[in-house]
Unconditional design. Structure first.
Lengths: 296, 318
């Protein structure tokens, strides 16, 4: 195998020298990269441009170039904000996302602290158990969870979502924060112990302030995940007013045979904006939490 | 801030009240710290998981407590062509979408690993499909796949003149299936690319320098350095990707709802249709439970098949 590859190696040698030549770099890097960006972003462009197009332009490609708007309109957004319960849905989604993020952050900070810092027998196994919970997909759980939610009398209430979302948020956040706590020198805590601080004071005054980047990463991740969640919200919420944005757009705005594409795309755009803005403020934290590269 | 809060700290230290002492008692503190997380997971994850498996063996419907019926639900599923259809499509969907995501995602990661201006901005932009709620981008795809006003059809028919008629993306089974797979790949590429990019950046450049000195070609450097070094992280990312692609729900529910003619049902959407929409909780739970063997198999396959050696970057790295 290596013998047959030998001639190819000899031929490739001058080739690698020319690697950085401009044209080749353009063809091998910038062109494919440009295609990727174009394809990955096109649906958003299409979504945005549809939201501002009047209906006449939406349905007529012969006279209007579909890639541009000749007479932009805010009619779809106005319809959404004033003729539907959209503001209410946004508010519910925000409430659920913030509530479940807060709950998961508290639960996972405490759990991560106990597992990583209060080391006890079996703490690695508790950590592993929590991590394994991340591998249980919501698609398997939503039917029994629906009956549990009904048992607790929480059916059709946003509170059900706030309590249920931590099941997929806590495992990830705990795992992320364990990594962060590991990177904080243990000596700092020992000093505080010698000075007579209690363990809770150590957590509050030493560990947590040092783990702020980790907390932010976990928070962003939780917020976007709860904002995006769909299947639980679809199964547990019945009344139109309590729905979250993704569910409401699909179940309340999709009506009849003629789809209101303008309004649908405007709803999707508005529903994506909060999470996109939130994300853009903390991109680096998000990327570091996504890749698990939490070593600072 | 710290100045104002210091006195009570000193006071508590001098005269520790029983409460402070209780919270400083390690076993008690461990229990208190673990209680919220373990409690939430036990009530809303472990218990429903067990309950789901129990429900799969009963004939429960919405509003009526069922009785134990043994394997009846599963026997029925084995004779149900819709279930077989969903199994078939779930496997096809997962296989093609995972392959596409990893081939394209790996390529994108390799591209992003080069030096060029505005790299972090580009990385942020590329993650957008992953950030935006799946259902909302799925709606955009639904609109892109519109039978009459599809922009892709417009491009192919009116601009490029490659076709004479519009493509019917979602009207017949196979085009609908591949349209959904394309949307899934589109959504999955950023996650794979960014995760693999993180892996690529951990490979020491000295390895490539040594290989270049030995006269290795670009392909050989990829095949004998990049690929083996990426195996561990590839295995992890692929395990996750397979689990969440196989159990996907949102894309299919938003774009086709299992149609046309039930041809694009995944197991998750079929479980929803039977269990929640149809009210047959027992049968829906049985469909959901029937995903577990596939998931276990896929996980074992991707984890042990790819990570022949143990995950080298584990433990010491995180």
């Amino acid at each position: 195998m290596t013998d047959t590859a030998q001639p190819a190696v000899a031929k490739a040698a001058p080739d690698t020298m020319a690697w950085d030549s401009g044209l080749r770099r353009l063809m091998m890097i910038y062109l494919p990269l440009g295609c990727f960006v174009l394809i990955l972003l096109f649906p958003f462009y299409w979504m945005a441009i549809t939201s501002f197009k009047p209906n006449a332009e939406l349905m007529n490609y012969k006279e209007h170039n579909p890639f541009w708007i000749s007479s932009p309109t805010l009619a779809h957004i106005k319809h959404l904000l004033f003729d539907t319960a959209y503001p209410r849905w946004l508010w519910t989604t925000m409430l659920v996302a913030i509530g479940s993020t807060t709950l998961s952050l508290i639960a996972s900070t405490l759990a991560a602290y106990a597992i990583e810092r209060l080391r006890f027998r079996g703490s690695p196994y508790v950590g592993l158990g929590i991590y394994l919970a991340y591998l249980v997909p919501p698609s398997i759980l939503f039917i029994p969870l629906a009956t549990v939610v009904v048992q607790f009398g929480l059916f059709d209430s946003p509170l059900a979502l706030i309590l249920v979302y931590p099941t997929f948020l806590v495992p990830f956040c705990t795992w992320l924060l364990i990594g962060y706590f590991k990177s904080i020198p243990y000596e700092l805590e020992e000093c505080a112990l010698v000075d007579g601080a209690t363990r809770l004071q150590i957590l509050r005054r030493i560990t947590l302030p040092l783990a702020v980047p980790g907390l932010i990463s976990a928070g962003i991740f939780s917020f976007t995940l709860s904002w995006n969640e769909f299947i639980y919200a679809l199964a547990f919420i019945q009344s139109g007013a309590n729905k979250t944005v993704p569910v409401a757009i699909l179940t309340e705005l999709v009506t009849g045979d003629v789809y209101q594409w303008g309004a649908l795309m405007a709803g999707s755009l508005l529903g994506s904006l909060p999470v996109a803005i939130f994300y853009s403020l903390f991109v680096d934290y998000y990327v570091s939490s996504l890749t698990g590269a939490v070593k600072e | 801030m710290s100045v104002t809060t210091l006195p009570p700290l000193a006071l508590a230290h001098r005269q520790p009240s029983w409460l402070v002492r209780l919270f400083d008692y390690k076993p008690f503190l461990i229990v208190m710290c673990l209680a919220p997380a373990i409690g939430l997971l036990a009530v809303f994850l472990t218990y429903p998981l067990g309950l789901g498996i129990w429900l799969a063996f009963t004939d429960t419907t919405i509003g009526r407590k069922g009785v134990f019926v043994g394997l009846e639900n599963f026997q029925y599923l084995l004779t149900d062509s819709l279930w077989w259809n969903a199994v078939f499509y779930s496997v096809v969907y997962t296989a093609i979408a995972t392959f596409g995501k990893f081939a394209l995602g790996f390529w994108l990661a390799l591209l992003l690993n080069n030096h060029f201006p505005f790299k972090s901005l580009l990385r942020a932009i590329i993650l957008m499909p992953w950030i935006v709620p799946t259902v909302l981008s799925a709606l955009a795809f639904w609109w892109i796949y519109d039978p009459q006003f599809s922009i892709i059809s417009y491009l192919l028919v009116d601009v490029l003149h490659w076709r004479s008629s519009n493509i019917d993306f979602l009207g017949s089974p196979w085009p609908a299936r591949f349209s959904l797979i394309a949307a899934n790949i589109w959504r999955g590429i950023p996650f794979v690319a960014i995760s693999l990019l993180a892996g690529l950046q951990t490979i020491s450049p000295s390895l490539y320098e040594a290989a270049m000195l030995d006269g290795a070609s670009a392909w050989q450097r990829f095949r004998y350095i990049t690929f083996p070094m990426m195996m561990p992280i590839l295995a992890i990312v692929m395990t996750f990707s397979i689990i969440f692609t196989f159990t996907d729900f949102q894309l299919v529910y938003a774009i086709t709802r299992g149609g046309p003619g039930n041809s694009t049902h995944l197991l998750a959407t079929l479980a929803f249709q039977r269990g929640i929409a149809g009210g047959e909780l027992g049968e829906g739970a049985a469909i959901a439970v029937s995903m577990i063997p596939f998931l276990v198999f896929a996980t074992l396959f991707s984890y042990f098949g790819l990570a022949r050696r143990k995950w080298q970057q584990g433990e010491s790295n995180d």
